[in-house]
Design a binder for this molecule. Structure first.
Ligand SMILES: NC(=O)c1ccc[n+]([C@@H]2O[C@H](COP(=O)([O-])OP(=O)(O)OC[C@H]3O[C@@H](n4cnc5c(N)ncnc54)[C@H](OP(=O)(O)O)[C@@H]3O)[C@@H](O)[C@H]2O)c1
Length: 299
């Protein structure tokens, strides 16, 4: 499967276990539904357990909800402690945009903390149990972003919500690139991929700080965007399709806004290995987690 235009095209997933963050709604829920329908055992990693259980109940197959708040490193540790079984695919899907500067429980700027650092910690802590892929959901907003190492947490500059969101989504792609470099370095068969949904009509709201722009986006979303199933197609391709190690999937039509998912190219700043390494080192320090694997004797 090198492209996918419907969730029903997902290959048989019987015998596989998939963990999806933020799977109580939107794209994560649609992806979880597709995996469950194709026979996978699915763990919905959600911050609202009631909502997650409702979502699990609405899906056919082996689906359960477990508590995970990516705005809390303690919650990430507790979630990982509860995962005793091998995991085939981890989908780092959850994400949020906040219109003003807020902080996670650990004092990180929320978008960077939830969208990047929470998933960074989750992946490192779970990686020794993962057998196939780590998929991270980013956004086309990465293409206008940069990583500001002098003020990663927006403590010294005026807060720009869309700038902070874009930085967190660029971090998702740099994380994927560096994770893949490390996996390749130890001869692991696990691969890291990324996906962006284009524009999907979900619970996600643009909070750019510009009320007029936000209102226009909210009005046009139901008209121009695809639904959650369409938004989940790149995730499904990145998780189970023919995507190269470190590869990126996204919609192939309307300039990457919607349509069948295919392998696409990230912006140049997402491919800078020096920035990716530096971000990894900073993220290790901030989260207190590290790449846990070493090369096996046979590798
Ligand atoms: N929709 C789009 O057009 C679009 C475009 C580009 C990228 N994306 C990306 O696609 C991904 C999925 O978004 P979506 O469109 O499906 O939006 P959504 O419906 O709002 O789903 C986002 C999910 O993330 C969860 N989440 C937020 N903060 C969390 C936290 N601290 N801990 C755990 N889970 C948390 C939310 O949980 P609750 O249900 O509890 O709020 C929700 O289930 C995100 O990464 C987003 O950045 C979306």
């Amino acid at each position: 499967m090198s492209t996918i235009s419907s969730p029903s095209q997902l290959s048989d997933q019987t015998g596989r276990t998939v963990v999806i963050t933020g799977a109580g709604s939107g794209i994560g829920r649609a992806a979880a539904n597709a995996f469950a329908a194709r026979g996978a055992r699915v763990i919905l990693a959600v911050r609202d357990l009631d909502k997650g259980r409702d979502a699990a109940d609405a899906m056919d197959g082996s689906v359960e909800a477990r508590s995970l708040d990516l705005a809390s490193l303690a919650s990430v540790h507790a979630f990982v402690d509860g995962v005793q079984e091998p995991v085939d695919i981890l989908v780092n899907n959850a994400g949020a945009m906040t219109g003003s500067r807020t902080q996670t429980r650990d004092g990180f700027e929320s978008q960077f903390g939830v969208n990047h650092l929470g998933h960074f910690a989750l992946t490192n802590l779970l990686l020794d149990r993962i057998g196939s892929r780590v998929v991270t959901v980013t956004s086309s907003a990465h293409s206008s972003a940069r990583i500001d190492f002098d003020d990663l947490q927006w403590e010294r500059r005026a807060y720009r919500p869309f700038g902070a969101y874009g930085q967190s989504k660029l971090a998702n792609l740099l994380f994927t690139a560096e994770l893949q470099r490390r996996l390749t370095g130890i001869g692991s068969s696990v691969i890291a991929t990324a996906a962006h949904p284009g524009w999907a009509s979900t619970g996600f709201r643009i909070s750019s700080g510009n009320r007029v722009l936000d209102a226009l986006m909210a009005l046009s979303t139901p008209l121009l965007a695809h639904g959650p199933d369409g938004g989940a197609l790149p995730t499904l391709l990145a998780a189970a399709g023919e995507v190269p190690a470190g590869g990126f999937a996204g919609p192939s039509r309307m300039g990457g806004v919607r349509g069948p998912a295919a392998v696409v190219e990230p912006a140049a700043q997402a491919k800078d290995p020096d920035v990716a390494r530096r971000l990894w080192d900073v993220s290790e320090r901030l989260t207190g987690t590290r790449f846990p694997l070493v090369a096996s004797a046979e590798a």
